[in-house]
Design a protein around this ligand. Structure first.
Ligand code: SAH
Ligand code: SF4
Length: 375
């Protein structure tokens, strides 16, 4: 039986060096191959022309660069692009690219489903299936960069920012997420600065305290409520790590970070639930001593939810109250609505679509079978 090939997309830089060492190659080869894979988006060893022919043959025999299998690509009227990626085992996750005038942001998934069960999140309502591997996480950026054009093919960097705000809780897939973020920031790979890679978390305090020991990327906290009673309900992990404990950890993160001066506070706007004037004043009081930007997120509905997004007027009034307290506030623009690519809408329909696609493929196979019988 032939041995399974090593997928180089699954390896961090130190792991790649170690692997090449085990093949008897010099460590600097790892740097060259990193560049081919991540900077140039190359998956064919024959195109890695600065490697010896002999080494290329060895790599072809023992290794591969296998990106995700893309099962659908949808482009919204505002240019937002959503890919559904099939994983080993048949499940799917989604990645979303949001083009803007001065930047291009890729929203990446870290898990299939999520165990934390936030009440307003369609991923949470799906339950947890599994963690993505390092290759499946970085594969989303690798694929998007290849498909939108690398620096070398188009002369511009299409993806300038990455946000870990797709499906799943990144801090529950710690090692793979940290490994993938290190590749995002590696000059031999994607070369993004720490400020342009954002990890969003619902607030797993021990993991957040651990994160700062490894990296200090930009941080977004999914707060969504200004008191523990409501947050216990909306973000159940709050029962374990209540608001004060979480915000103390956020303060430690900012203090220890060399790059991050402000944390982003995410607050989903749920009509009649967390959007009153009192909520706004309470939120401002909580944030008094925390360097932050508040991002109000219009709630994106999904099938089966009872929540409704706050009205435009309410959101603006809420924003104004926070601003009157001297806070920096933005209302997140909802992008890609017509293709269900907005925050919290990822997945449910992917599963349906995957099933539809599988049914279609099975039908096609049956047709082909019928055809061959007829032939
Ligand atoms: N698990 C992480 C990252 C993924 S969720 C986290 O919770 O931060 C990314 C962001 O989308 C979070 O702020 C989350 O609260 C928000 N979100 C989830 N469902 C949403 C919905 N239906 N509408 C708007 N935002 C939502
Ligand atoms: Fe998980 Fe984030 Fe959704 Fe909460 S909001 S269920 S932590 S993905």
């Amino acid at each position: 039986m032939s041995q399974e090939k090593v997928n180089l997309l699954n390896l961090t830089f130190p792991q790649l060096r170690k692997y090449f060492d085990s093949l008897g190659e010099k460590p600097f080869r790892a740097q060259q191959v990193m560049k081919w894979i991540h900077q140039f988006g190359i998956d064919d060893f024959d195109e890695m022309t600065n490697l010896s022919k002999k080494f290329r043959e060895i790599l072809k025999e023992k290794a591969e660069v296998r990106g995700p299998e893309v099962i659908s690509e949808e482009v919204a009227s505002d240019g937002t692009c959503k890919w559904a990626l099939r994983l080993d085992g048949g499940q799917a996750v989604e990645a979303v690219f949001i083009p803007e005038v001065s930047r291009g942001t890729l929203c990446i998934s870290s898990q299939v489903g999520c165990i934390l069960d936030c009440q307003f999140c369609s991923t949470g309502k799906q339950g947890f299936s599994r963690n993505l591997s390092l290759g499946e996480i970085i594969g989303q950026l690798w694929y998007a960069t290849r498909s939108l054009g690398t620096m070398h093919t188009s002369g511009v960097k299409a993806v300038t920012n990455v946000v870990m705000m797709g499906m799943g809780e990144p801090l529950l897939n710690f090692n793979n997420v940290v490994g993938a973020m290190n590749l995002m920031m590696d000059d031999n790979a994607y070369g993004l600065s720490k400020r342009r890679v954002t990890l969003s978390t619902s607030g797993l305090v021990p993991a957040l305290d651990e994160l700062i020991k490894y990296t200090d990327v930009a941080l977004a906290i999914s707060l969504h409520a200004a008191n523990d009673k409501l947050r216990d309900e909306l973000v159940p992990v709050n029962k374990k790590y209540p608001i004060k404990i979480l915000l103390d950890s956020v303060k430690r993160y900012i203090e220890q970070s060399t790059a991050v001066k402000k944390v982003t506070i995410e607050y989903v706007m749920l009509s009649g639930v967390n959007d009153t004037e009192k909520d706004a004043h309470d939120l401002a009081a909580l944030m008094k001593n925390i360097p932050c930007k508040i991002n109000l997120i219009p709630f994106n509905p999904f099938p089966g939810t009872d929540y409704v997004c706050s009205s435009g007027n309410r959101m603006h009034a809420f924003e104004k109250t926070l601003m009157d307290h001297g806070l920096i506030v933005t209302i997140r623009k909802t992008r890609g609505e017509d293709i269900d690519a907005a925050c919290g809408q990822l997945v449910g329909k992917v599963k349906d679509r995957t099933r539809r696609l599988e049914r279609r493929l099975r039908k096609q196979e049956q047709l082909v079978n019928v055809q061959t019988h007829l032939d």
